[in-house]
Design a protein around this ligand. Structure first.
Ligand code: SF4
Length: 393
């Protein structure tokens, strides 16, 4: 199927015909007028996903510890053990957060921490078992490749043994955090101790092979070149080809991209970040380049709700999730956007001209919310608003 488009450049015309672009062709898109790129991206989005529907997930982010020994220059979240506001949550504190999620109809936790050298393997396996025993309907997507890399070294297990141990204890998926730009030149400047691109893909590949949920990610604004951004997208696309072919279709469930936030970090004033224009341009190019990843998220924590709404016309078909407690991007962003209500996500989707649908972490629709009821509910009661997600389930 071809897309109706005013495309004038060869690479755009090729993309509009549904053909795959090379890294060089992807790079050329950054030099074209954004409306032309956006028109093709939006056409592809309408082809690849239900054109009338925008999805979102009711979930909660849980950061079980903020103690971390990696020390990324762009991170305002982590603390050293000696800092007064460092913490590690116990199982009951985490259960309390999950009960709050259950009360609003949530179905998944996204649980990540810093890389805390004090915690033994038993903390993690015990935590997974505790959550599965006490919250059997909640999916656990947990531990970034950075954390998994540390577990390998600290606990003396092979990657296969480690993942098998975590899966046996209750792990359902690995978030794709730590992707940023998967080019080591960029990573070395932003965070010298950060997981290298090779290890990120090695761990994601093993997770996909074992049937775990994964998601692909990208962060722009480190001062990376267009060629490096295009290279990042091609690497994700190659991994997706491999996973779809070799792992019975268990590739990345989606793609999430946001812009670097540097407030309260050592990169403040040193990294350019990205404007809304640049964010929307990158999103549109991702939609064009990632021809094998149909679900693309708009980012409200980094971009705000209005740009996230606009992103639905630049290639995004999904509004991400409620999060309930986003701590990492917001710590470096100054936006103070830790959560969004179900009502707000419904309104964002409806105002942009779409039918909202609640999905699971695999992007399968699990509920059609009652839009009329949600939009007329009093904005004075956020808990009631959040409970909209449970209506009808
Ligand atoms: S981004 Fe993650 S790994 Fe890096 S310092 Fe922050 S918590 Fe640690």
């Amino acid at each position: 199927m071809t897309v109706s488009t005013p495309a004038t450049a060869p690479a755009l015309e090729k993309a509009a015909r549904g053909e795959r672009l090379s890294a060089e062709e992807i790079e050329s898109l950054y030099h074209l007028p954004l409306p032309e790129v956006a028109a093709v991206a939006n056409g592809l989005r309408l082809e690849r996903r239900d054109p009338d529907v925008v999805t979102f997930l009711i979930d909660r982010n849980i950061n079980y510890t903020n103690i971390c020994n990696v020390g990324c220059n762009f991170c305002a979240f982590y603390r050293t053990k000696r800092q007064k506001d460092s913490y590690t949550l116990d199982y009951e504190q985490i259960s309390h957060k999950i009960r709050e999620l259950e009360q609003v109809g949530g179905t998944r936790i996204l649980m990540q921490g810093g890389v805390n050298p004090e915690l033994p393997l038993e903390y993690y396996t015990g935590l997974l078992r505790h959550i599965k025993a006490n919250h059997p309907t909640i999916r656990i997507d947990a531990f970034s490749p950075e954390e998994v890399l540390f577990f390998e070294k600290a606990f003396g297990l092979s990657l296969d043994e480690l993942l098998d141990t975590l899966i046996e204890a209750g792990l359902d998926g690995l978030p794709g955090a730590g992707g940023e730009i998967l080019e080591d030149d960029v990573r070395a400047k932003a965070a010298p101790a950060r997981i290298k691109a090779y290890d990120w893909f090695r761990i994601i590949d093993a997770a996909q092979r074992k049937g775990l949920y994964t998601i692909s990610t990208m962060v722009i604004g480190f001062g990376e070149t267009y060629a490096q951004r295009a290279g990042h997208l091609v690497k994700l696309r190659d991994q997706q080809d491999k996973a779809l072919k070799d792992y019975s279709g268990n590739g990345f469930s989606g793609f999430a991209m946001w812009s670097l936030q540097t407030e309260n970090t050592r990169l403040h004033g040193k990294a350019p970040g990205a404007t809304a224009h640049e964010y929307l341009q990158q999103l549109a190019i991702a939609r064009i380049a990632l021809d094998n990843i149909p679900n693309i998220q708009a980012s409200w924590p980094a971009q705000g709700f209005k740009v996230a709404q606009a992103a639905l016309y630049y290639g995004a078909n999904d509004l991400g999730s409620t999060m309930l407690e986003e701590n990492v991007v917001s710590a470096a962003g100054g936006h103070d956007r830790h959560a969004v209500t179900v009502r707000e996500l419904i309104r964002i989707a409806v105002d942009a001209g779409f039918k909202p649908a609640i999905r699971n972490s695999r992007f399968q629709i699990i509920e059609w919310p009652d839009v009329d009821s949600a939009l007329h509910r009093s904005a004075e009661n956020p808990e009631a608003e959040r409970a909209v997600g449970a209506a009808g389930s």
